[in-house]
Write a protein that binds this ligand. Structure first.
Ligand code: 13P
Ligand code: SF4
Length: 314
């Protein structure tokens, strides 16, 4: 660790204690963020941790919708998001108007919305799910037709695993550019050629032809658990954002893990740098604030989604 980084980490530790803060980081964040965090996980784990914390201040090191979820579950706590410009192009596909229109077109069908969406869209929806919970949550719904926003690939994965349901993607073409274009069949085949004996793990945000090449499909943390259970010394191609490889190496130092391509980078996740985390803890800004009416409705959708999979916050 260089001197500059060491000083930043010292400052961070001092501020964390003084502010009674907890730092929650997503599996895709920069290595130094993962190392400094109190907890690193997937979207579902981050939501559950945020619901459980007793800290005065929550720093969400991830993209903005993740910080919004932490705020929805902690309306009275300070939730900091070190760079409000760290958005998610997938979340941008789900406007509140789009959800309202879809409900009008399919009256009676529940709206299941991926957590990769903003509070205003969640407020129009019935259940919030994550990549780890989507298949199971939809299975537990009583209705046959389900509207699923905004990721067409995750909707397709939910459909494949719920053949008795009719899962309608809203909109038709919502996708994460990182997974749609860089966890494609082409890149997965190329990685398999380079590492023919590696098992292939793919995120459900990837398109079906890429998923078909997988030994396992799951959320970022589900992939990590798969490595732990299958062979912590084995070889794995990670069909998702490259930051997960660092997390996998930390957890399983003897595993050989290869990102599906070195370009599989979510630039929004990388906007959250250590100096921004320190600055936000120092100034207690930027904070996440959500309109109270939207927040109440969005929180109810998050809680209904967690309840559906038996993880209702206390
Ligand atoms: P996970 O919930 O699987 O960590 O996914 C979040 C995400 O943004 C995937 O691109
Ligand atoms: Fe959004 Fe894709 Fe980045 Fe995940 S990887 S945060 S879905 S842009």
């Amino acid at each position: 660790m260089n001197e500059y980084l060491r000083r930043l980490v010292d400052k961070l530790n001092e501020l964390r204690e003084r502010r009674r803060a907890v730092i929650l980081a997503h599996n895709y964040t920069l290595p130094e963020i993962q190392d400094a965090a109190d907890f690193v996980g997937d979207s579902l784990e981050l939501a559950i941790k945020a619901a459980e914390t007793s800290a005065d201040v929550i720093v969400l090191a991830g993209v903005r919708f993740m910080a919004e979820v932490a705020k929805l579950l902690n309306p009275d706590r300070i939730v900091l998001h070190p760079d409000l410009a760290a958005g998610c192009p997938l979340a941008d596909f789900a406007s509140p108007q789009l959800i309202r229109n879809a409900k009008k077109e399919h009256p009676g069908a529940p709206v299941v919305i991926y957590v990769n969406s903003y509070a205003a869209a969640k407020a129009e929806s019935d259940y919030v799910v994550t990549s780890a919970s989507a298949v199971e949550a939809v299975k537990r719904l009583e209705t046959e037709t389900v509207l699923f926003a905004p990721d067409k690939n995750l909707a397709d994965w939910v459909q494949e695993n719920n053949p008795d349901k009719k899962v309608i993607p809203v909109p038709r073409n919502g996708h994460c550019p990182v997974h749609e274009h860089l966890v494609s069949e082409y890149y997965v085949r190329k990685a398999k050629e380079e590492h023919p004996t590696a098992r292939v793990l793919i995120h459900p945000e990837a398109p079906r032809p890429a998923r078909k090449l997988a030994d396992y499909v799951g959320s970022t943390s589900q992939m990590l658990r798969y490595i732990g259970k299958t062979d912590p010394r084995g070889e794995y191609i990670l069909g998702t954002e490259e930051g997960l490889a660092y997390r996998a190496k930390r957890l399983y130092p003897e595993a050989r893990v290869y990102p599906v391509s070195p370009r599989t980078i979510c630039i929004d996740m990388k906007k959250v740098t250590l100096d921004k985390v320190v600055a936000s803890l120092e100034s207690l800004k930027p904070r996440i604030e959500i309109d109270p009416v939207i927040a109440r409705r969005a929180r109810e959708a998050v809680e209904r989604g967690l309840e559906l999979i038996g993880k209702k916050p206390k």
